[in-house]
Design a protein around this ligand. Structure first.
Ligand SMILES: Cc1ncc(COP(=O)(O)O)c(C=O)c1O
Length: 427
């Protein structure tokens, strides 16, 4: 875990004392340790050894340029899910060749953007339905290019036990991917098109897998399919298999296998299926960034009722929606001292938003309420899912390297928010 305490008990992320952000830029603030993120990306990339591969960072987890650049600098590409994310990846210097684009409902202008960038368009547009093929083909023809595509298959594996229902994507009731039964048809249609080139096949079964087996189960479905396809024809353009993202992180429930363990095991499966010549693509998001980001919040008010001891903080579900959306639990610790060093009691930590679900759960914290707390493991799906609900400006982001703050974003003002809303709908 990248958090430690110094001799005075002050909390450090990497080697940055988090107290520093309280004076400027203030709270709520996401703080990221860019060194930790770069190390995580490097370790994953190195886990492949000499095997052909590409780590496509799932930009949706954290779109901040400093974060994306730190990961790209370790040799990673990107997995994007919108035209806007594609622009971020390109602006951060990721080569179009190293970008894959997933999504069940890509708009025509987004497809055009993906086809148009670089000399040959992006590395692969991931087809998510048989129906989508004709549209991508028409866009490629209109642009006068041959678009590189991969087929994202829905592996139809039951992952209800393995992860939260809202982040399981690889089952037959999910909207994602080409149904397994239609995979051959999809490959045939792509093969028949003079405007498309099949370069890969992939799966992404879900997120936050805390053991290898569910990930490998969906990888095996993919590998089996690719093996069967190759038995039918040479598929000369095929370059990669993509086993997706989903490597779990430790939110306090106990250690998960490391991302490197997932890719080593997937690579072994690939070899066992006789597909070792193909590159292995993976699409990790959370596992590269979650642990290296925290959300720092001030305590505004405490209140004791017969129901609970409430600790009201200035970060809410609009800043970090995961607990409200997925019943996710994030550890919360005081900034100035270890709760274990003083008399601690269970506090129910809640935000200021007018929703009962604005609730971060019960946490053991000092009886005398701390001035500020850090919500841990908030580097992934934190800021990217934030909103301005209840008229609360988006949280700021603070970037640290070598224990020093190297940059921060500007916080919007309530005045600007209010004046924009008050003008909405006026001629
Ligand atoms: C297609 C795709 N790839 C990769 C990811 C990244 O998953 P994770 O952040 O769990 O690694 C997601 C997340 O939902 C996704 O939808």
């Amino acid at each position: 875990m990248p958090l430690t305490r110094d001799a005075s008990g002050a909390l450090l992320l990497g080697s940055l004392p988090l107290q520093e952000v309280l004076s400027a830029p203030g709270t709520p603030a996401y703080v990221y340790d860019l060194d930790g993120i770069a190390t995580a990306a490097r370790q994953l990339d190195q886990a492949f050894g000499a095997a052909p591969h590409l780590v496509c960072y799932a930009v949706k987890a954290n779109t901040a340029g400093a974060v994306v650049r730190s990961i790209a600098a370790q040799g990673c590409g990107a997995d994007v899910v919108s035209g806007a994310e594609l622009l971020v990846a390109l602006a951060c210097g990721i080569e179009p060749d190293r970008i894959v684009y997933s999504g069940v409902a890509k708009r025509n202008d987004e497809i055009d953007r993906a086809i148009a960038c670089g000399a040959r368009g992006i590395g692969a547009i991931q087809i998510e339905s048989v129906e989508e093929i004709a549209r991508i083909q028409a866009r490629a023809r209109a642009a006068g290019t041959k678009a590189r595509v991969s087929v994202r298959v829905n592996p139809n594996v039951d992952l209800t036990e393995a992860t939260h229902a809202h982040i399981a994507t690889g089952h037959d009731e999910a909207k994602f991917g080409v149904p397994l039964d239609d995979a051959f048809d999809a490959v045939r249609l792509v093969g028949e098109s003079p405007d498309l080139m099949l370069v890969g096949l992939g799966v992404h079964a879900g997120s936050q897998f805390t053991s290898l087996e569910p990930y490998l189960e969906s990888a095996r479905v993919l590998l089996h399919l690719v093996k069967d396809l190759r038995a039918l024809g040479p598929f000369s353009g095929l370059r990669f298999v993509d086993t997706g993202g989903g490597f779990g992180v430790d939110y306090g429930q106990g250690a998960s296998p490391a991302p490197a363990d997932f890719v080593r095991a997937a690579r072994q499966e690939q070899e066992a299926h006789g597909l070792g010549d193909l590159a292995l693509y993976v699409e990790p998001g959370r596992s590269l960034v979650a642990a290296h980001g925290v959300l720092v919040a001030r305590v505004i008010q405490s209140k004791v009722t017969t129901a609970a001891r409430w600790l009201m903080i200035d970060a809410g579900m609009n800043d970090l929606v995961r607990p409200a959306l997925y019943q996710a639990r994030h550890r919360i610790v005081p900034l100035d001292r270890d709760a274990a060093d003083v008399e601690s009691v269970a506090w129910r930590v809640v935000g200021p938003v007018c929703e009962s679900s604005d609730d971060f759960g019960e946490h053991l914290l000092p009886r005398a309420p701390p001035a500020a707390v850090a919500i841990l493991d908030a580097g992934a799906y934190g800021y990217t899912m934030a909103s301005e609900y209840n008229g609360r400006p988006l949280p700021v982001e603070v970037f640290a390297r070598g224990g020093k703050i190297v940059s921060k974003t500007e916080r919007g003002t309530v005045e600007a928010w209010a004046s924009e809303r008050a003008r909405a709908g006026e001629g």
